[in-house]
Structure formats: structure tokens, C-alpha cells
Design a protein around this ligand. Sequence first.
Ligand code: FMN
Length: 641
Amino acid sequence: HCESLFKPISINGLALRSRVIMGSMHVGIEGLENGIEKLTEFYKLRAKHDVGLIVTGGAAVNAEGSGGHDFMTIYEEEDVQRWKPLTQGVHDEGGAIALQLFHAGRYAYKASTQLDPVAPSPLQSPINPDQPREMTEEDIKRTIEDFAQGARRAKDAGFDAVEIMGSEGYLINQFLSPVTNKRTDNWGGSFENRLQFALKITEAVRRTVGPDYPVLFRMSGLDLIEGSTTEMETLHFAKRVEKAGADLLNIGIGWHESRVPTISMKVPRMKFVPVAEKIAQEVDIPVVASNRINDPQDANDILEKGTVQLVSMARPFLADPAIVTKGREGRFDEVNTCIACNQACLDHVFEGKAATCLVNPEAGRETELLMIPAKTKKNILIIGAGPAGLETARVSAERGHSVTIVDEKDEIGGQLNYSKRIPGKQEFYETLRYYRIQLKLLGVTVKLGTHLTGEDPLINQADEIILSTGIVPRVPEIDGVNDPNIISYRQVFEGTAKTGDNVVIIGGGGIACDLALFLKEKGVSSITLLQRSKSFAKGIGKTTRWATIMEMKQNGVQMIGGIDHYHCIDAHSVTYTLDGEKKMIKADTVVLAAGQLTNNDLVEKLTQLGKPVHIIGGAKDALGLDAKKAIYDGAVLARAL
Ligand code: FMN
């Protein structure tokens, strides 16, 4: 299966196991206690599973270029020794690993580097609080040398290759673009001048590591910034980087500050492959396509065409370390697919936390969440087949327990079944498919359409009971809220209630936003969200929230926040006070999406029966409800059973 993934290829003498590169990800694991050991285990697990070449997260080539305090570094001689266990570990698994040579330029934070960020010109980025200092001629020469010395150290530390980070709006990209480079000396002005910084770095790196060491270059295929590098310039740049000594071009998409989604779930799979294909036509060295390639069969199709030579998958290796191996073995429906939610990877990194994965909490926790067979085999009963229950079932069964999972609904997945129906969130189907297949392979008994109320043979036979019954929608305390014609978001998602053409939604969190976009796609013309808080989509992580708000605005969804008080509500109107003024809004349908409460009615009955119960996910903490936490809860609990 997936033969094209395994068609032999060498990069300057480095024979790769497959044509899949694990794309660079700063994961922040190195900043944890025993971080190097943890990062080594993280990479080893991927190396073991047929990855062609792993690229590390960006490793700073000097102090002012660092991405943050817990980012990799390669600017001190100690770094050579520091990274040796990591390269050794990957080699022990038969894998190969490249170090990414990184300089953040104006994206560096003064708060974490304690230094002024530097850039070709003193122009502040819209996503950074610090204004950078303009680099002097001397700074430029020193930085070029820093890249070269970083490459030397990487080679000494046993890395199989280096990748020069020239995309995503970081320093090298800042020199290339007329938007960020306003210099009037030899490093700015004409395109020829602006590309010199990248070329001089590539040449210096090549000189330092010698002719026989693989040097990769990550270039921006598309900046998605107004007035930035043109397509013609990009194609020309590719040829020049090749000539300067690069052995491979890895095509990055978009700058961090660009307001076009490039990696979110809403980006269609493989959307940016044509960008890499175009560049590949211009050069003779291998070209890598990147972003939203999350399926081994898709990857194989891309490579089969022969228009690019390799593919990069970054987050898909968080979701499933064995994705390439499963592709080779034709176990396609066993892949835990990256849904591009960013909730546990990129969002964590932005919050200064180590990256992990919503659909695979074991990612980044390779030394903690081990799969140890259970000492005594038990009968485990799991009530509620939402994400928390599903992960509990999977891990418990994998550990050797006899597992039964029940749900009152006719399908597994709980609220994920709502998510999958939202425009642009169809990837959730994959998570449900993954669990369905896993439970089947592991012999878990799945009883759907089963509502347990207390006394039941299933309960009597269980050694351990897990309550993962999730949540019930919260009904806000407003006069008239019990009007039977006011409906809940659940009824809308489940199709048991119809809405009119003018809908008012009470609530403005993630579910309310999902609901608005769902109704918009169904053709509802007027949608208004009302809530007390001023900021909408609050629960959604930093990396996707802006795009959700943008989408809502583009779709003409009204968002009225900061409501002081709701006076009364019925099926066709809501009366409230905003900024001291009493107002009334009319609607065909009023829908409640105003938070949730734990659904754990069963606890009392089970306790009365003398059965110990473990409560997890939304059933335990409705406020903190999300799939990430639910799956993590399941992963942890199932290891303690
Ligand atoms: N790209 C880099 O070139 N250097 C980085 O240090 C880097 N860090 C990342 C950290 C995280 C948590 C994520 C999710 C992405 C990062 N990226 C970085 C971008 C990825 O290499 C990749 O381009 C992006 O995730 C899209 O590809 P994917 O859909 O296969 O994940």
C-alpha cells in the first residue's frame, strides 16, 4: 500500500526511509523537567514508524532570534552535547532528524529574550508588542555567521541535516519582503538586494558543513500579506536558493500575521499543494508540499503524480505517530486523523505550555501515559459514549480489561456529533471513525440506544463504573424562559426542531458560534447572538478564534454583547437592557445556547447501590467542557483502572 510514499529517495546522500517529512514543530517539551529525555522519546516514537525525516522545532541561532524561553537553541557550544542523546535516540530507531535553524526577527518577544528584537527595518509586527531595532551591517554579518555556526553545531551533535527557516514571516522572510524590508543599503530596495540575506546564509551554511551534508531550505510559497513578495519573485527566489547550495525546498504557507487561515480545520485538505507544485517546476532539487495533508492515501496520491518529491506532515504526527506505517500496511481506517483543531498544539504553544494533541493526549507525554497491561482483568462499564467515554474504553480495552460502553443515543460520539455537522468541521467524522474502529478491533461491547436508570445487570456485573454522561444545556434564569416554543441548540443540531428565517440565539460561546454558522449554511438569513459578556467565542483558542469571529462577520451574523440584564423572553422576542437602554428584539425562533451543566443524575443511584463511580469529562466539570479535556480525562483514568 501507499507505494509512492516509499519510493527510494536520497537528499545529498541521506537515504530516507519514506518520502514523508515530519514538519517542524516547536513543541515546548524541552522546557519541561527532564525535557530532553521527553523530547527524545517523542521523536523516537515517530522515528520508529517510518518517518522519512524528522525536522525539529525552530532552534535559535542566536539569543535575540529565539522564539521564546523554552525553545530549542543551537548558539552555544553546550548545545552540541545537549542534543546528542536526541539524535542518538532517533538513530537507534533507524530514523533521521534535521535541526531547524531559526531566527524569529521581529516576531521575537522582548519579554522572553530580554533583548530588543531585530529586523531589517524597525517596523513592528501587528502580532507583537515590541518594536524591533533595525539591524546594522555588523548585525547582519554576525547573524549570517550565527546560522553557519548553528549548522556546524547541529552537524557535530549528530543531526543528519539542517533546515534553514526562511518562511512564515520570520527573519529571512522579513528581509525578502518589501513590506518588512525598507532598507536603502545593499540588503534592501531591489528584489535582488532583498534576497541576498537568504542567499548569504545558505552559502555560509553550505561552506561550513561541507558539500556532502544535506541542507534544506524552508521558503515561503505564499506570504498572504498584501504588497509582499510576488509569485514571480518567489519562483525566481527558489532557483537562487538552489544555486546557493540548498538540497531541498520545503514550502511554507503564510506568515503568522496573515489573516487568511492556512492550517485550521476550515482549510480544505491539500489546499496548498499546487503552490509547491509550481515551485517544483522551476528547480531540479526535491520540493516538499506542506499544510493540511493528513491522510496517507492523499499523500500517496500527491506523490504518485510526481509533481512534488516529498510531503510534509506536522500535526498529523501528533495525532498518530504511526500514520505512515498504517498507510504502508493498508490500515487506513485505524489512523487517528489530525483534525487541525490546533487546540492542544498551537494553542498550547501560544499559552507557553507544551504541545500535545486533542485526539491523542499521549503526544508529548510519551514517558507518562504508558500503556501497561492491567494486573487484574476487570469488567468495566462506561456510561456515555462521548469523547471521554470513548477514550476510557479504548485504553481500558487495550490494557486487557473487559469493556462495555453504553449510550442512550443511537450513535457514539456525544456532542462531537454536533461538531461534525458544522461547516468546516467535518474532520470530526474522522475522530468518530477512529474510535468506532478501535472499539471494534479491541472487542469492546458497544450498546447504543440504551438508557441506564439504576438497577441493571450491566451495573451489577461491573467492577468499575465510569460516568461519562457529559452535560445538559443550561437554561438561563430569564422570565418566560420555560416557554415550550423556545428551543435548545441540541434540538437544532439533532434536527428535532425547525427554526424560522430570523433567529435569535442566547449565548455567544463556541457552541453558539457553531450554531450560527450551522444555521447560516442552512440558509437562515438573519441571525443574532445575545450575551452578557462583551467578547464572543471566548472558549475558542487564540489561533482559531479570530477566524471564527471573522467568519461570523463575513456571514452577517449580528453579535450583541455586554447585555446588562434580560427582562423577559418568549418564543418570538427577547427584551433586555444594553448600556442602560431597554430594547426588544423580535425573532421567528429563539434558541438557547447559554452554557451547560453536568449531567450526573446517576451518581446518587449508583452510590446507593454501593457501586463506586468515576466521573469524568463534562459530567465532572461542565464549565471546562471540551473534547480535549474529555479525552485527556479518559486517557488518565483508564490507566488507573
Ligand atoms: N514550522 C516551522 O517551520 N518551525 C516551527 O518551529 C514550527 N512550529 C510549529 C509548532 C506547532 C505547535 C505547529 C502546529 C506548527 C508549527 N510549525 C512550525 C508549522 C508546521 O511545520 C506546519 O507547517 C503546519 O503545522 C502545517 O502543516 P500540518 O497541517 O501538516 O500540520
